[in-house]
Design a protein around this ligand. Structure first.
Ligand code: FAD
Length: 294
């Protein structure tokens, strides 16, 4: 099923992101975790691509497994960083053959130390969108950044670039994680004002340990509200308490979003079935798909 159809139904939806292993050695563990998450029957699952050095073939394999064996609509991520026309053609044909219907079109992060991208074939995700379209009737999504993409000079410019991506054919957008809903509401206002009207799926990261937060700050430069800092100060030395507090904070964020009419919620699960299950449990009377688990 196409993600655009799911989102356009207008019901609250809960979806989960998983990531593939870096090498075949880790495949079994990741498969076990992604199967357990798929068994929760979320509205859809997304599988990242190449992030952190994972091998691209596993993205298609995991997405296809989730769809075929669990009936969960799958969203395969695809990046164009360093890609050639031939490499993208091959990847997209494999995805099509494996029954993938939904692709998140991404540029990908610049490899460390790379600043000059002038010799790249594809410099922006918006250039990947027509390549995907040329391979079939995929539903295409893209990424957006409530706190601005780190490389963009300012928010206005970033939103203008986002509009190009949507005009190229992105049918929905998933946000980078954020920890302050007011930042998201302001952003939503600005992108709607810029004429970007596709569904926006809010990306939420349940922070279940303090180390994870250090990594997040390094990668995403997200603003951490005082309320969240207090929680880290108090519980970061107690893993069980930190997990409970992190999931409660994420749940609170989600409920506020749903109460304010934001229907699409995407959880960065970090391949942790117990986190996904707990969030689902916390939303069981609010989000219809949270009662479908096997
Ligand atoms: P783009 O949309 O191309 O934007 C990148 C920068 O270029 C922005 O600053 C933008 O303003 C600017 N820009 C865009 N278009 C133009 C234009 N036409 N002219 C001038 N400037 C322009 N990374 C992975 O490697 N694998 C994944 O699976 C993955 N999944 C992700 C999922 C989500 C929901 C998010 C939010 C991010 C994900 N990322 C992933 C990280 C992403 O690849 C990086 O954030 C990357 O730096 C930007 O990707 P993008 O697709 O947003 O790029």
């Amino acid at each position: 099923m196409k993600i655009s159809e799911i989102l356009n139904q207008g019901n609250p939806t809960l979806s989960f992101e998983v990531f593939p292993p870096k090498s075949s050695d880790g495949f079994e563990n990741v498969e076990k975790a992604t199967n357990a998450i798929a068994a929760l029957k979320p509205d859809f699952m997304s599988v990242t691509y190449g992030a952190g050095g994972s091998t691209s073939k596993f993205t298609t394999e995991i997405a296809s497994n989730v769809k075929k064996n669990y009936g969960v609509p799958a969203l395969a991520h695809l990046t164009c960083v360093n890609a050639t026309k031939e490499s993208l053609d091959a990847q997209l044909e494999t995805m099509k053959r494996e029954g993938i219907e939904n692709i998140l079109a991404l540029r990908g992060d610049l490899p460390q130390g790379v600043e000059d991208t002038s010799d790249w074939v594809y410099k922006h995700a918006s250039e990947l969108v027509p390549v995907i379209k040329s391979h079939g009737d995929f539903c295409i999504g893209g990424a957006c950044y409530p706190e601005k993409h780190p490389e963009a000079a300012n928010m206005k410019e970033d939103i203008e670039n986002l509009k190009k991506k949507v005009d190229a054919g992105c049918e929905f957008l998933t946000t980078q994680m954020f920890f302050d809903n007011n930042i998201f509401y302001n952003y939503l206002y600005r992108i709607r004002e810029a004429g970007i009207m596709v569904p926006i799926v809010a990306g939420i990261m349940p922070v279940t340990n303090a180390k994870q937060m250090e990594r997040i700050l390094k990668l995403s430069q997200a603003f951490i509200p005082r309320r969240f800092v207090s929680l880290l100060d108090k519980f970061s030395d107690n893993p069980a308490a930190m997990r409970q507090a992190g999931i409660a904070y994420a749940t609170d964020q989600i409920i506020d979003l749903l109460a304010n009419g934001i229907n699409g919620i995407h959880i960065y699960t970090m391949n942790k079935p117990e986190t996904a299950a707990k969030i689902q449990d916390n939303l069981s009377a609010i989000v219809p798909s949270c009662n479908k688990a096997e």
